[in-house]
Design a protein around this ligand. Structure first.
Ligand SMILES: Cc1cc2nc3c(=O)[nH]c(=O)nc-3n(C[C@H](O)[C@H](O)[C@H](O)COP(=O)(O)OP(=O)(O)OC[C@H]3O[C@@H](n4cnc5c(N)ncnc54)[C@H](O)[C@@H]3O)c2cc1C
Length: 400
């Protein structure tokens, strides 16, 4: 029995290890000159590889039932797997990293295990076509390989410079699969206004709320980065897949920023108290106590306020609105080049929930981001790569 894994990324490497037994030959075809390019970029090079808080609500898919089943089967196997291959973890607020804080630790541990199991990796092999006759005929840019089972682990089209550029979708389609439209996810948002260069470089803790067609959708809390095109940062990333979908459906997408999340009371009441406390202060002096100076300058510019205007002489309602409800309309997300993951992909309906084997082509399996599953920031996307890699690998191994 020969099992071919196409793609030596996160899910492909785990699938290869899980598929190996004494009775089979497992090999990986990877288009790059080495495996795991994207894995090395994860978590800013630190690899946030898992999250303690594994709940379906951190994932998106059109078939949550199948996703739930994959969870049930594989969730508890992930940490023991990494322990078994020598990874000592560090946990911060439920986010798992290798103790060394280096993504290379995870990649090297996987490659060491692959080497010990005698799994062959053929690099610089770009798979261009797969045909199923009695078994699989796999054509690459160099030669032809044969296999009894194939695990397609080619990733999505996010960050294509890492090798996952969406070509796997075409391979799956050529074998009869369909595709749920693929859009960028976990990415920054581009706004419609002209003033962004005024707030460029600010990083601040805040609350951001997403509104679609003036309806509240979702709120996130954390640090955002204000950029020369709009907004970025983890809490923006977590809203971005919804925004991409909304924009595609021609909905009006707005982000409302609360720059004073620490203020527990009604902002107008709080401003009144400040007015009493800081009797001699002008507006700028009062704002300087809690707001980034670039934001203060921006509010002055947008409201065309004189520099020395007294606190008492301004419309407090307007200032309150800038502080708690700073609204920007979004015209686009950053492209696939900058997105950490994609939403959409091969529908989970087209795979067996217990094995990840294709319902269309016998002995073909799928893992990782090529499937219609994406997660929030926090280790969830690698989490799905490991879980699906293990499930497809273990299933492929059966009757080997
Ligand atoms: C900058 C960045 C930071 C991230 N940080 C995190 C994080 O901290 N935590 C987290 O959980 N997730 C993170 N992610 C997401 C995570 O990396 C992916 O979800 C995960 O790598 C997907 O695994 P995969 O196996 O499906 O695909 P990939 O890891 O993309 O692997 C696919 C492999 O297939 C190869 N390939 C593609 N087509 C072919 C072909 N035709 N023939 C041969 N080989 C082919 C590619 O070269 C690639 O090596 C991050 C992503 C990015 C871009």
């Amino acid at each position: 029995m020969r099992i071919c894994i196409i793609g030596g990324g996160a899910s492909g490497l785990v699938a290869a290890i899980s598929a190996k037994s004494n009775n089979n030959e497992v090999f990986i075809l990877e288009r790059n000159n080495k495996c795991g390019k994207k894995l090395l970029l994860t978590g800013n090079g630190r690899c946030n590889f898992w999250n303690e808080n594994q709940d379906l609500s951190f994932y998106h898919s059109h078939n949550l039932e199948i996703l739930e089943n994959i969870f049930k089967l594989e969730k508890d196997k992930v940490l023991p797997f990494f322990k078994r291959i020598g990874i000592i973890s560090k946990v911060k607020d439920g986010y798992y990293y290798p103790f060394s804080n280096q993504a290379t630790a995870i990649l090297n541990a996987l490659l060491t295990e692959i080497n010990k199991l005698n799994i062959k990796i053929y690099c610089d092999e770009l798979v261009t076509n797969i045909k199923k006759e009695k078994n699989f005929i796999i054509t690459t840019n160099h030669k032809t390989y044969f296999a009894d089972k194939v695990i397609l682990a080619t990733g999505s089209k996010a960050y294509p410079k890492t090798g996952s550029d969406g070509n796997g979708y075409n391979i799956a389609k050529s074998l009869g699969h369909t595709l749920i439209p693929v859009l960028p996810a976990l990415t920054s948002l581009i706004g419609c206004d002209k003033f962004y260069k005024n707030w460029e470089g600010i990083r601040t803790e805040c609350e951001v709320s997403l509104y679609e067609n003036n309806q509240f959708i979702k709120k996130e809390k954390g640090e955002i980065q204000l950029t020369n095109y709009g907004v970025s940062g983890i809490c923006i990333f977590n809203l971005s897949s919804q925004v991409a979908l909304g924009l595609q459906e021609k909905k009006k997408e707005e982000i409302k920023i609360n720059f004073v999340p620490w203020c527990r009371e009604n902002i107008r009441d709080w401003l009144d108290k400040q007015e009493k406390l800081l009797k001699d202060y002008n507006l700028q002096e009062m704002l300087e106590g809690f707001l980034n100076y670039k934001l203060i300058n921006l509010i002055f510019k947008l409201e065309k306020l004189p520099k020395d205007i007294k606190w008492q002489n301004i419309k407090k309602e307007k200032i309150a609105n800038y502080l708690t409800n700073f609204t920007i309309e979004i015209k686009d997300t950053k492209s696939f080049d900058n997105a950490q993951v994609c939403q959409g992909g091969i529908p989970l309906d087209e795979v067996d929930a217990n094995t990840l084997e294709s319902k269309i082509v016998k002995d073909l399996y799928f893992t990782g981001e090529i499937l219609d599953v994406d997660g929030c920031c926090g280790g969830y996307n690698l989490g799905f790569a490991w879980m699906s890699g293990m499930l497809a690998g273990e299933s492929g191994k059966k009757n080997a």
